[in-house]
Design a protein around this ligand. Structure first.
Ligand code: HEM
Length: 518
């Protein structure tokens, strides 16, 4: 077919005009409000490396439900209410469930296959399917006896060595996941796998993800080609160290399970059951399945360890600061369970005040105050505001848990707020479990497991131990100083805390239960 040159010129001119008009329209579109960006760098100086959620909640007061910032042109959107998080992350989940492709975290530090970092697509769906099988509400009762046994071991350590309470919590959080995921039993508080997990989660959350997790190399990917010796390439030298640690974290426990399966000594767990099924399935290649299982296992391990530790630290702190709440729970437990045995999961429906304490610990503590960022997959318009494709979306859970319209006097620790008369009655909007685990298709897959794990620990500690302020050499109570240093998790640093058995009988109950399972 002959081509008319005039027609080509006319088409060319139209295309240029339309592109120009489109760019202008984009510029004229109204972005959600937010602090005024500076030229080129945008809002970089508005971000803080520590407790960014506090700053984000100040913006919520100034600008409203949705706040938009830019860092070197990268859009950051903060959703400040439950309703906005549901509207976008949940109801528009098909376009709000991606994760950012971060050069620093993903490619350079080797986190790109961890579930929380995987792009929305086949891989993330396969990984989530694996976890759903293992962590669905119907699967949780299978873990009940394991949770009870691990809790008894925790009580015994708290009884015998109360000053090292933080090491015991760390061991509980890590050993439970190691057992569920890899079938490995931890033998000491200094277990190398626990140390490895703690180091890696600290690297991810406090260093790689510090200040929102956006590094200059994420904005200018060309920087990744800088030689490591080049001035300013310190990030590459760090990335090499951190990546080696991450690889160890992912590979070592998984290789151990495989070698134990080979010599017939493996304990049944998430990995063994999936590896056995994998060898029978023909849907996906064996190597692909093994890869998915290995990374999913690691994601469960890293997802659980630090947050479980965080919530138990909050619980001990709050029981220390609120003896009246602990006393009320003890009365409830004594009347239902008695004093000659430990609470069990079958007691849970009769112990609503313990449930309320757990909910209030999750709300007051808000372990992941800005959730984990989602990435918007296509341009969107919300309440008349234009939100461009590629925007990173943070759910400002901190602002939700501090909303006085839903939680009057939000800084106070009040488990009674979940009761309607004598009945424990939460609603969608005031049940912290509906937002502290995130939203939409990337919501935390471990919420049911951890809820059971936290409940049994709280019930058993309340039943047998008294938590109070440590005293100094003169017997004066020491006020705990509460410091949050982590960038992603709201984990209080360890604080002075006195833990004693409630009575001789309580100490005997702990020893007897632990001896039965030794
Ligand atoms: C109190 C305990 C926990 C809290 C507060 C918590 C909170 C969260 C939050 C806020 C997210 C981000 C959700 C989003 O992107 O919208 C998340 C993701 C995740 N959590 Fe948890 N989590 C807890 C325990 C666990 C446990 C026990 C596991 C596994 C056994 C786990 C595994 C994961 C994984 C794999 C992801 C990534 C999901 C994805 O991106 O698709 N978490 N969690």
């Amino acid at each position: 077919m002959a081509t008319n040159p005039w027609l080509l010129i006319a088409i060319g001119l139209c295309t240029v005009f339309l592109a120009f008009a489109h760019t202008r329209r984009r510029r004229e579109r109204s972005y959600p409000p937010g602090p005024k960006p500076r030229p080129i760098v945008g809002n970089i100086f508005d971000l803080t490396a520590r407790e960014l959620w506090l700053r984000a909640s100040q913006w919520a007061k100034l600008y409203g439900d949705v706040v938009y910032l830019r860092v070197f042109g990268q859009g950051l959107l903060f959703l400040n209410t439950y309703e906005t998080a549901i509207d976008l992350l949940d109801k528009k989940g098909s376009i709000y469930s991606d994760k950012p492709s971060l050069v620093m975290a993903g490619e350079l530090c080797g986190c790109e296959n961890m579930v929380a970092f995987t792009r929305y697509g086949d891989q993330s769906r396969r990984q989530r399917r694996l976890m759903q099988k293992a962590l669905s509400p119907s699967a949780i009762p299978l873990y009940h006896s394991l949770l009870e046994i691990e809790t008894q071991a925790l009580l015994k350590r708290l009884l015998e060595d109360p000053h090292n309470y933080d090491g015991h919590i760390r061991r509980y959080a890590g050993s439970l996941t190691l057992l569920v995921v890899y079938g490995c039993r931890v033998v000491s508080n200094d277990d190398p796998f626990l140390t490895l997990a703690e180091d890696c989660v600290e690297i991810i959350s406090n260093r790689i993800a510090s200040g929102g997790g956006i590094w200059p190399v994420d904005v200018f990917p060309i920087l990744k080609h800088l030689p490591t010796w080049f001035p300013g390439a310190g990030f590459k030298r760090n990335a090499i160290k951190w990546k080696a640690k991450m690889e160890e974290f992912v590979d070592r426990p998984f290789e151990l399970v495989k070698s134990r399966m080979k010599d017939g000594t493996a304990t049944p767990c998430f990995c063994t059951s999936l590896l056995e099924q994998a060898s029978e399935s023909e849907d996906v290649s064996g190597a692909q399945q093994e890869f998915d299982i290995k990374w999913t296992a690691n994601s469960m391990y890293s997802g659980d360890f630090f947050v479980t530790m965080t919530v138990i630290r909050h619980f001990l702190l709050l029981m220390e600061l609120h003896p009246e709440v602990a006393a009320k729970a003890k009365t409830e437990i004594d009347s239902v369970v008695g004093t000659d045995r430990l609470p069990m999961f079958s007691d849970r429906p009769s112990l609503p005040y313990v449930d309320a304490i757990m909910s209030e610990c999750l709300r007051w503590g808000t372990p992941v105050p800005l959730g984990l960022p989602h990435r918007l997959m296509e341009d969107d318009v919300y309440k008349g505001f234009y939100i461009p494709q590629g925007t990173l979306v943070f759910s400002n859970v901190w602002n939700m848990t501090r909303n006085p319209a839903v939680f009057p006097d939000p800084d106070a620790f009040v488990p009674e707020r979940y009761f309607d008369g004598a009945k424990y009655a939460t609603t969608d909007k005031n049940d912290p479990r509906n937002f502290v685990f995130g939203f939409g298709r990337r919501r935390c897959p471990g919420s049911h497991l951890v809820e059971s794990s936290l409940w049994i620990v709280m019930a058993c500690v309340l039943a047998t131990l008294d938590v109070s302020k440590e005293t100094d050499a003169h017997g004066t109570p020491i006020e705990p100083e509460i410091v949050f240093e982590n960038s992603v998790f709201r984990t209080p640093n360890a604080f002075p805390c006195a833990i004693k058995p409630r009575s001789e009988e309580a100490a005997r109950v702990i020893r007897t239960a632990a001896a039965l399972n030794a």
